[in-house]
Design a protein around this ligand. Structure first.
Ligand code: BEZ
Length: 382
């Protein structure tokens, strides 16, 4: 069939069914309050930007949004996601930021068969033991940036590192990824410091770091908590003596962190200064629409909409056709502002991880820390 005949056939198939004539109901379950609220907003902005670029339609259907503030609170996650599935009967759920909340969402999606696209949370279980044909991630696994930084730190010749993070899945897994690569390459994690999410009482832990005198510190924090951590690290004078490494600690936060973040090295799947035509076009469109510069979270939201569009096109807008949706997404090369990426069998991005350094208000790309890095997806059976 020619391309034009195929497109006409798909459109006819879709308009012939009642379901396809109605809008796609997208359940946006993101944090609108708390330390991750800015991340949720950036994801929503990115998602809506891609939809707007498609003329407001995905798979030939209009889009209708139903929103839930998940507050980054795992104890409310099952109730919140069930509102979207059982009360609102959404066609697809897009969410969320916090790994603990996302794991409850993945369970509900798996049990109900509802399509789920995760636009941030890196919980390894989602593309590990909980992996499923109807669950996709447009972001990363917590292991990926951590592992890449473990290799960077070892190459830099650091031997003794202290880690510091929030005590929940994202922090634990980010540190475990770092430790795996760092210790495989001759380094040693001498102390693992934690505090409860979303706490910001860093003082005692910073005093401990000063007394331990490691070669470097590896950290995972994000959003409002990351702003405070990086500022407190500098206020304690540690930025002059112990290099600070991390993942997410300088994303969407640099204006608030100011000089305290200067020179910080991080690893991530997006960066400023990529200078590709694709990224430049995205950044221009985002800045025009929202009067803001995009960050990694905006890119992940944008790419969640791209994944939805690829699957919806292949199913002529019928999102209940899970196998056809998954088959199309699995063979796609997603044209992301971060650079093109594919999804693994477990539906996690296989992507380049950049090494970035803070210069002024930017996370400048200074190299590729790990090329086409795939999460091991331990425990995924599909
Ligand atoms: C997480 O909980 O998985 C997460 C939250 C913020 C940034 C990155 C990861």
């Amino acid at each position: 069939m020619t391309f034009i005949r195929k497109t006409l056939a798909a459109a006819a198939a879709c308009t012939a069914t009642l379901a396809c004539a109605a809008p796609i109901k997208v359940g946006l379950m993101l944090p609108a309050t708390g330390t991750y609220s800015a991340l949720g907003q950036a994801i929503e902005n990115g998602f809506k930007l891609y939809v707007a670029e498609q003329g407001g339609k995905i798979g030939g259907r209009e889009i209708e949004y139903v929103k839930v503030d998940d507050e980054s609170d795992p104890s409310k996650a099952t109730d919140n996601v069930n509102k979207l599935i059982k009360r609102d009967h959404v066609d697809v759920i897009v969410g969320t930021v916090h790994s603990g909340v996302a794991m409850a969402m993945a369970k509900a999606a798996k049990d109900s068969g509802t399509l789920l696209i995760v636009p941030n949370a890196g919980a390894e279980a989602i593309t590990g033991p909980m992996c499923a044909p109807n669950i996709f991630r447009s972001s990363f696994s917590n292991w990926q940036p951590g592992y890449a930084m473990g290799e960077v730190a070892a190459k830099k010749g650091y031997r003794k590192v202290v880690t510091i993070t929030w005590k929940y899945a994202a922090g634990d897994e980010s540190v475990a990824g770092f430790k795996e690569a760092f210790e495989k390459n001759g380094g040693q994690v001498v102390k693992e410091l934690t505090l409860p999410f979303p706490g910001v009482e860093f003082q005692a832990l910073l005093t401990d770091i000063a007394a331990t005198k490691p070669d470097a510190v590896y950290s995972f924090f994000a959003g409002g908590g990351a702003v405070k951590f990086v500022k407190d690290y500098a206020a304690a004078g540690l930025n002059k003596t112990v290099p600070l490494l991390g993942a997410f600690i300088t994303d969407g936060t640099l204006e608030a962190q100011g000089a305290a973040a200067a020179g910080v090295l991080t690893t991530l799947h997006y960066a400023d200064g990529l200078n590709t035509p694709r990224d430049k076009a995205f950044r221009l469109a985002y800045a025009k629409t929202y009067k803001l510069q995009p960050d990694v979270y905006a890119v992940q939201g944008y790419d969640a909409a791209q994944i939805l569009a690829i699957g919806a096109k292949a199913t002529a807008g019928d999102l209940s056709k899970t196998a056809a949706f998954a088959a199309a997404v699995e063979k796609a090369r997603i044209d992301s502002p971060r650079g093109p990426f594919t999804l693994s069998k477990s539906h996690n991005p296989v992507q380049d991880i950049y090494l970035r350094q803070v210069v002024g208000a930017e996370n400048q790309a200074i190299g590729i820390a790990s090329k086409a890095l795939a999460d091991p997806s331990r425990g995924c059976r599909q």
